[in-house]
Design a protein. Structure first.
Length: 628
């Protein structure tokens, strides 16, 4: 399909133009504000050409197309009549959605994400300086001083950056915010790090009883000061006459907030921040790598929930205090395992579209962005995602045991290597990444993904073997009506919760949600293959239709538990004969779906394969008509 065709199908699957409030895009995703999420045909969108994944988050339905492609798709959907809005407008609308905790975490993200690039750059500078030291290269004194400027400045003025960004997010004047923030680290105040070192520098006592120091490296006090300051400034603007606003509002804001910041908010929340930091370090220091095990295991779950920006605050605090960030290595383990699981799916699948989706998504993960891998591949098949959590937990535990700590934050896996070059931990870092990758890949390849297209391939292979060994001449397909092999409620194939079936990759057909656990022959046929696990049957009818009956989704993993096979390969059956039985309660107990697919695997041999049933079906009812 070309871009215009894809755009038309996207709009249709979104519930039509009338269900879309607005559309915008970022570097990789089409971001759509919809009126009713229930009208979105998510399976259809996820299986469209060029779509790398889709998910609902922060009030937006986000369709991942990838860099470059998303711009073209945006132009196409806008040309077809979807209303537009800016990312800022969409963010403002999305900010109204979710509970208070989700909104608070999104706010943390909005404040700290713009600061991350300078922390990343500082960490890289630290890594470069450490590398030179490790190579025994002695820097001249003036170059050493310059390197200290590069590595220390961001943390010295960190409160200024935090107050500036907080003012920006909460609607205050960012210029007022950055000046207020810089007041908190003024050279006229005792340096916080010098006071903490226990040397000759001591805190100043204002009014004889309030100890005051600079807030160098502080994050939480600066954030609170920024929130209160921005709201105070906005309140002032409502009461100060416009003619006096330029003079009075910034003057009063700086005066009041500098007093509150230095004498009340700063001291109080600096104590709170220290307790948070001590608690974080205590978790990270748990014996046997338990801290890393827990964080590595839940991190990608937190990413799915959209509240992972809380880690930004903790990472910046750790870096400001120690210039070392143990979180980075643990998070790297979790993300590596996620990408490795996606690689395993890409290697194992025989579905060309899934291959072209999986490998770019995995590359994105290894560059530090796991959303395409999570929403585009792993969560769609469930098991790869949860097995990657196990691998990430083990990798995170190893990171803790090895004592890994990056010199910055915001970059992981491949680019994150730079954070470990200069601190003597590069080998340990690469070992942790390798272990996380191998575990994520192996667990998913062996236990997490069953390429259902292989079922059709085995049926076809078995047919060819029989033809070659018996000399049977293939029957020319003829018009035929297929009866239901299952008693229950009809489900459209496109609504089945398995993209291999719902996409029609294996052929056209229909599905039934069983109300009885008996599988009947849908026509007079020969059993071309009967799986030992009893979960699937391949038949060839007397009129040439090749039919796959697949009981449940991922039920091959039950290894026959709850299934009883009544026929063997080569048996001749009549329409209505019992092929086997199954226990839906055991399928449910295994956490699986018992929806049964009936697929005409040689669909290409027919002019049409048409589902003809709806509602409930009983034994003998017609469900598919095939016409040659």
């Amino acid at each position: 399909m070309n871009n215009q065709d894809i755009a038309k199908k996207v709009i249709e699957a979104l519930g039509g133009r009338e269900n879309v409030n607005s559309v915008a895009h970022c570097a990789t995703r089409l971001r759509v504000m919809v009126k009713d999420e229930g009208k979105i045909k998510k399976e259809v969108i996820e299986n469209l050409d060029k779509v790398q994944g889709a998910f609902f988050n922060s009030g937006q339905y986000q369709i991942i197309f990838g860099t470059g492609t998303v711009n073209k798709m945006y132009d196409e959907v806008v040309a077809l009549g979807l209303p537009t809005s800016s990312k800022e407008d969409m963010k403002a609308e999305a900010a109204k959605q979710g509970n208070w905790f989700q909104r608070a975490i999104r706010t943390f993200g909005d404040v700290f994400v713009p600061i991350i690039p300078v922390i990343v750059a500082t960490g890289l500078f630290m890594g470069l300086r450490g590398l030179l030291n490790a190579l025994g290269i002695t820097l001249p004194e003036d170059v050493t001083i310059y390197s200290q400027i590069l590595t220390d400045t961001a943390f010295i003025i960190l409160p200024g950056l935090v107050v500036w960004s907080t003012f920006r997010v909460f609607g205050g004047n960012p210029a007022v915010g950055i000046v207020l923030g810089m007041m908190l680290v003024s050279g006229s105040l005792p340096n916080a790090w010098a006071v903490a070192s226990g040397g000759e520098v001591t805190a100043m006592n204002f009014f004889g009883f309030i100890p005051v120091v600079g807030l160098q490296g502080s994050v939480l006090p600066a954030f609170i000061i920024g929130v209160v300051g921005a709201k105070f400034e906005k309140a002032l603007r409502k009461v100060v006459p416009d003619v006096l606003d330029l003079l009075v509002t910034p003057f009063v804001t700086l005066l009041v907030m500098s007093i509150l910041g230095l004498f009340v908010i700063g001291p109080v929340f600096h104590v709170v921040e220290n307790y948070i930091l001590l608690g974080t370090k205590a978790i990270l220091a748990l014996p046997f790598g338990l801290g890393g095990l827990v964080i590595g295991g839940v991190h990608q779950l937190i990413v799915v929930s959209g509240v992972h920006h809380i880690f930004n605050l903790l990472e910046v605090q750790l870096l400001a205090a120690d210039h070392a960030n143990p979180f980075n290595a643990i998070i790297t383990a979790a993300m590596t395992a996620q990408g490795a699981a996606t690689v395993a799916v890409g290697v194992k699948t025989k579905n060309p579209k899934l291959k072209t989706l999986a490998f770019p998504a995995a590359l994105s993960a290894f560059l530090g962005i796991t959303e395409p891998a999570i929403f585009g591949v792993n969560l769609r098949f469930r098991k790869p995602f949860f097995l990657s959590l196990i691998a990430g937990a083990i990798g995170g535990g190893l990171a803790s045991i090895l004592g890994l700590a990056g010199t910055g934050n915001g970059i992981t896996i491949i680019p994150g290597t730079m954070l470990y070059v200069g601190n003597g931990q590069l080998f340990q870092y690469l070992l942790m990444v390798a272990v996380s990758f191998v575990l994520g890949f192996a667990l998913t390849y062996m236990f997490g993904y069953e390429d259902e297209k292989e079922v059709a391939s085995e049926v076809a292979t078995e047919r060819l073997v029989q033809e070659e060994t018996t000399g049977n001449i293939p029957v020319t397909p003829q018009n035929e009506t297929i009866q239901t092999p299952i008693v229950g409620d009809v489900v459209a194939l496109e609504n089945v919760n398995d993209p291999v079936f719902s996409s029609g990759a294996m052929g056209q057909g229909i599905a039934v949600k069983p109300s009885q656990g008996v599988v009947y022959a849908p026509a007079d046929a020969e059993v071309s293959i009967a799986f030992a696990t009893g979960h699937a049957y391949g038949l060839k009818t007397a009129n040439g239709a090749e039919i796959l009956i697949h009981v449940g989704i991922d039920t091959v993993t039950m290894n026959g538990e709850g299934f009883e096979q009544k026929v063997a390969q080569g048996d001749k059956v009549k329409a209505g004969d019992v092929l086997g039985t199954f226990d839906s309660s055991k399928i449910a107990a295994a956490g699986l779906d018992d929806t049964t697919m009936v697929i005409v695997t040689n669909t290409a041999d027919y002019a049409s394969v048409t589902p003809v049933a709806s509602g409930s079906v009983v034994k003998g009812d017609a469900i598919i008509e095939v016409k040659a």
